[in-house]
Design a protein around this ligand. Structure first.
Ligand code: NAD
Length: 333
């Protein structure tokens, strides 16, 4: 039996990952440590909450006595998803990004070092590389050049992980993934926001000219990539994860409008986000050739399935967009 500490497991990617792992590995026990910020939602895990190999602990990764108490009882792998993850919020309030994404990482690394674990895996982002021009791809050796408080905090976390490997020989991997989409994504992020607004016939706010390009990956493909790195990743290495699906934001929004049979008149161009990166794109050669990972979804299949999920799970996102989130939304747009 292996024991995995998954942090931030009540969020979008973490909850998908926990379900994927419990289904695939009967011999793994998963402990989910999550603070349940606005982005954490136990409803994402409803179908496995009674699973005998699953335990939820509500708590903060910056709480060192809590983290040490968990890791001290015997943990083989730590997979750190816990983060403040929304760029716009980092522009409004960077402090909490530093607390969770930097100090939280250090607390987890210290516990991993103190008790000795098989591997610490840091789930990071391609945003640490900054922005690309019209051509080129991010490789694992691209210079780190974060442009937002969010990406600066993720970069700092990554550098600490690297330092604990070099200084203390802590076994680690870092994964840097492109933009994810799929079920259970919080409706402040582009794709679920546009689906939810479209279904309610509300304006679809587009930053600037909408020509910012992202490389989209289905969350389930991200989960299989993390699984591959956890089990086969070479100690100390960074792996980029991407699906070769570059799309401009406006292209995605128009696709959603068409799929839902709504009017293009819903599009509303708003002032661009400060420091908005123009283009991200991942070179995934290392993970595909060294670890044999391949994404399974085409963007067309994935987006169709995702739109269907948001149509079938209206209760899930309607609950979220009422309450506190409403105030945030009104302030932003
Ligand atoms: P999310 O915002 O949906 O979930 C984050 C989770 O972390 C939430 O459940 C929240 O409650 C929890 N959390 C926040 N602060 C915490 C703290 N101090 N202690 C414990 N738990 C805390 O994020 P996501 O989109 O699922 O992203 C997960 C990870 O993947 C993040 O590290 C993010 O940087 C990275 N990532 C995301 C994407 C993407 O497109 N969403 C792409 C690449 C990398």
């Amino acid at each position: 039996m292996k024991r995995l500490l998954v942090t931030g497991g009540a969020g979008f990617i973490g909850s998908n990952f926990i379900k994927y792992m419990l289904e695939k590995y009967e011999e793994y026990e998963i402990i989910n440590l999550d603070k349940l910020t606005y982005a954490g939602n136990l409803e994402n895990l409803k179908d496995i909450e009674e699973h005998p190999n699953y335990t939820f602990i509500k708590g903060d990764i910056t709480d060192s006595s809590l983290v040490e108490g968990i890791v001290g009882k015997g943990i083989d792998y730590i997979i750190n998803f816990a983060a403040e993850s929304h760029v716009d919020r980092s522009i409004e309030n960077p402090k909490v990004f530093l607390e969770t994404n930097v100090i939280g990482t250090q607390v987890l690394l210290d516990a991993a070092k103190k008790y000795g674990i098989e591997k610490y895996l840091q789930v990071s982002t391609d945003e640490v590389y900054g922005a690309l021009g019209k051509i080129g791809l991010f490789t694992e050796t691209t210079s780190l050049a974060p442009n937002s408080p969010y990406s600066a905090s993720k970069t700092s976390g990554d550098l600490l992980v690297r330092a604990y490997h070099k200084t203390f020989d802590l076994p680690i991997n870092i994964t840097r993934c492109s933009n994810n989409y799929g079920p259970y994504q919080f409706p402040e992020k582009l794709i679920p926001l546009m689906i939810a607004n479209c279904l309610q016939e509300k304006d679809l706010p587009i930053y600037g000219d909408g020509m910012q390009v992202r490389d989209w990956l289905h969350v389930k493909d991200h989960c299989t990539a993390i699984d591959a790195v956890l089990h086969k990743g070479k100690d100390g290495e960074v792996y980029n994860i991407g699906g070769n699906n570059e799309k401009a934001n406006i292209e995605i929004v128009k696709l959603i409008i068409r799929a839902l049979g709504k009017s293009q008149d819903l599009i509303k161009y708003v002032k661009d986000r400060p420091g908005h990166d123009r283009r991200y794109a991942i070179d995934n050669t290392k993970i595909t050739t060294e670890l044999g990972w391949e994404p399974q979804y085409t963007f067309e299949e994935g987006i169709e399935e995702t739109i269907a999920w948001y149509l079938d799970n209206r209760d899930w996102w309607e609950k979220i967009i009422s309450g506190d989130y409403r105030k945030y939304y009104d302030r932003m747009y």
